[in-house]
Ligand binder design. Sequence first.
Ligand SMILES: Nc1ncnc2c1ncn2[C@@H]1O[C@H](COP(=O)(O)OP(=O)(O)OP(=O)(O)O)[C@@H](O)[C@H]1O
Length: 338
Amino acid sequence: MNRESGADGASHGDARADDTPDARTDANRETDTAPDGGTDARRLILNPTSGGGTHVERVRDLADDYGFTVAETEHAGHGTDLAERAAADGVETLAVCGGDGTLHEVVQGLVRADALDAVTLCVVPAGTENFFARGLGVETLAEGFEVAADGETRALDLGVAGDEPFVLSAIAGLPADASAAATHNRKNSLGPVAFVVAGIEEALDFDGLQVRIDAVEDDGTETEWAGEAEAVLVGNVRKFAEEGGQADAEDGLLEVTIIERLAAHDAVVEYLEQRVLERDTPHVTELHARRLDFESLDGDSVTFSLDGEIREFERVTIDTRPGALRVKVGDDYEPNPE
Ligand SMILES: Nc1ncnc2c1ncn2[C@@H]1O[C@H](COP(=O)(O)OP(=O)(O)OP(=O)(O)O)[C@@H](O)[C@H]1O
């Protein structure tokens, strides 16, 4: 694994000696508790409702130890405002404590503030799934702060659907409907099982998508797919084909999986064949695309899940901003997990 440079050739191993708790002064500690502002270089945006919400006290203690001021979200969408504010305040290292949805909001704020170049993100996992944090090799709250202090900085791709950035994935079809049904409250009470429960409920009355997809592949080839789809899964940091999991997030490409609509039973068998046996199946199309144009053919808008946040599009272009996200990663991060 290349530990020297990210996709943009940025220099790495840039943790500063004063990032460690021991190196900071008592005076520093006193200013660390500014709730929602200041000109500090390190700030943490904390979603107190992510996961079961049991992380708050511990995270505040760790933030204090590592010299992060804490800005707590007060409502859905607030993470975007707080990130914009952090950028305006000149924050250089911005940690995000929550799940993938909170990270999604924070990235919106940095894009709105045109501050992706100026801010390095760190993740402190406190959500239900924490897919992004796990991909970066960050499993626990404490590891989130350790990596914020000492981790390597890499330049990861950012996905964009229309004008909205996403980090993990943009998915349309059955899984997006299931993710819409797995509400925040339900996730808090059921955990990851909420997705399964919601998925079964949604499968009972999901109609399929009538869509056309024009993709520009890695080598410039243009590919068109039109028909009735069960789901269109577009991964940036995440991939869905074969065994699924983390994708190469530094290749400037989207991992696209289109699952053709079949009788429910056949579709499940084929999807499992592909995932478990890694066998090509005739009704699953995989593409590595730089860009794709998605259009609903029946005039209905389609429900998308962008990192778990629900949006509606009748037509949308999805592409990437290669290497646009500066992110601290742990030792277990694999740039190319293939
Ligand atoms: N103070 C708040 N009160 C209520 N909702 C909030 C608050 N702050 C943020 N949110 C909302 O919480 C939602 C989910 O948060 P997040 O994704 O971080 O946690 P999660 O759903 O538990 O985890 P994951 O996405 O990893 O499964 C986001 O859509 C966000 O808008």
